[in-house]
Design a protein around this ligand. Structure first.
Ligand code: FAD
Length: 418
């Protein structure tokens, strides 16, 4: 079923144009070729031939996306992207994400896209030439290496990986895991604690992100961590043992590492949630399609009140998620500092709503719902994972309460209308 998109009166022409063109592209070029582009949906053994055909098909689509002017919404125009603000980008994401797995066909692929944004903002001209441009051209891959097995990822300032000055080099020692894209990456952006001989810096005062080529002696990609019952994945465990890189590989200055990571994750949360909205929309359409045609116990599913309850609860989940995400994107675009609170709220609400919608769609489809013939199983695991990645729910709950209480303590009640 194609995604149904019409102009939104309150939006400017540019954003509506992007929405409509993205929808046309998804409906005409991607959805009809989904099984070719993502062969594991076919329900047959995936041969090298099928894999090669899929790769060629994906390259074809990417070339068409570029011609259509829909490539890299997150990048400034000077780097070949669309230069979109948060809001139009969010509107584009929900449509792209309707075709599960299609974002890379539009040049948006984590963690490369997050790294590109950080390099655009904090990179020196030399770093941009050496790392950003190849990343954009697709001749290099990258990872973001922050989470550690031996310290709480939910408290990024607790990081133990150290970076020490020695002459004109950094010497990095530490142990990371869940570094996504770890197997293919040519370089990692590694979050470190710069050793401070005076011991005077605060907990986040010594954080620094350092670019580390994966070929540097001492970088050991130990394994791809198996997740959700799979033997392996590209989320990797990485040991850094006396890894030496030039001082100029620091991205921004010492002390900016925490701010840069938060900026990256803040943006990422809005994009991930708008992707989730697009995927809920797809799951919803699939659920309705089945209810209109499947007969059980002498009637169509659509006539059963249990199922009507699934439809209306899912409708509410999607509408609420969408409104929360769009409101947060609007706040970010106008530089409202309260946006952090809204981002945390949607980061808790949307993945949970996404899981509920997909869960109902799976139930309606019966056994087919968990098969690879449909994208629902993959969505379900993605929704659950999102409750951990980019900050677990509990951390976001604490942040919301802190910000709200501070506001009241300073004599302002919360302005929900803003
Ligand atoms: C698929 C996937 C991909 C990922 N990709 C990357 C990547 O590319 N790069 C990277 O660096 N990391 C990545 N991560 C790691 C992710 O960012 C971390 O898992 C996340 O930040 C949580 O950290 P943690 O796993 O160490 O959990 P912990 O910090 O140990 O937290 C465990 C649990 O404790 C609870 N908790 C935490 N704080 C509080 C509190 N104050 N009060 C009450 N309860 C609390 C929460 O329930 C939380 O889930 C990825 C994770 C996954 C699952």
């Amino acid at each position: 079923m194609p995604i149904s998109v019409t102009p939104i009166d309150s939006l400017d022409d540019h954003t509506n144009d992007i929405r409509l063109r993205t929808a046309r592209f998804v409906n005409e070029e991607i959805l009809p070729r989904e099984n070719e582009l993502f062969p594991r949906r076919r329900g047959v053994e995936i041969t090298d031939d099928l894999r090669d055909q899929a790769k060629i098909a994906r390259e074809e689509i990417k070339a068409m996306v570029k011609l259509a002017g829909l490539w890299a919404p997150h990048l400034p125009q000077e780097y070949g992207g669309m230069g979109l603000d948060f809001l139009p980008h969010a509107y584009m994401n929900e449509i792209m994400a309707y075709a599960l797995g299609a974002a890379p066909l539009f040049g948006v692929v984590a963690p490369n896209s997050g790294n590109q944004k950080i390099l655009v903002k904090y990179g020196t001209e030399e770093q941009k030439q050496k790392w950003l441009l190849p990343l954009i051209e697709g001749t290099m891959e990258s990872g973001f290496s922050m989470t550690e097995p031996d310290s709480a990822g939910s408290d990024p300032r607790a990081i133990k990986t150290t970076a020490r000055h020695d002459g004109d080099e950094w010497v990095i020692n530490g142990h990371k895991w869940f570094t996504s894209n770890g197997k293919d990456a040519d370089f990692f952006i590694v979050m470190c604690r710069a050793e401070d001989p005076t011991g005077e810096q605060g907990r986040s005062g010594s954080m620094v992100q350092i670019i580390v080529p994966t070929s540097t002696p001492g970088v050991d990609v130990v394994r791809g961590i198996g997740i959700w019952g799979r033997e392996t994945s590209d989320h990797c465990e990485v040991v850094y043992d006396d890894v030496r890189v030039p001082l100029e590989n620091a991205l921004g200055r010492v002390g900016q590492g925490h701010e840069a990571a938060q900026e990256r994750l803040g943006a990422g949360r809005i994009y991930h949630c708008m992707n989730s909205v697009g995927q809920m929309w797809r799951a919803f359409d699939l659920m309705i399609e089945r209810t209109l045609t499947r007969e059980v116990h002498g009637g169509l599913l659509r006539d059963k009140q249990f199922i009507q309850g699934f439809i209306s609860d899912s409708y509410i989940d999607i509408q609420t998620s969408r409104m929360m995400t769009i409101k947060a994107a609007e706040k970010v675009d106008r530089g409202d500092t309260d946006a952090r609170t809204d981002i945390s709220a949607l980061k808790i609400y949307v993945p949970a709503a996404y899981a509920r919608v997909v869960d109902r769609a799976i139930q309606v489809w019966g056994a087919a719902g968990v098969s690879n013939d449909l994208p629902l199983g993959q969505m379900y695991l993605g929704a659950r994972t999102l409750r951990l990645a980019d900050g677990p729910d509990e951390v976001h709950r604490i942040l919301i309460a802190k910000n709200v209480l501070r506001s009241y303590e300073q004599g302002h009640s919360w302005d929900f209308a803003n």
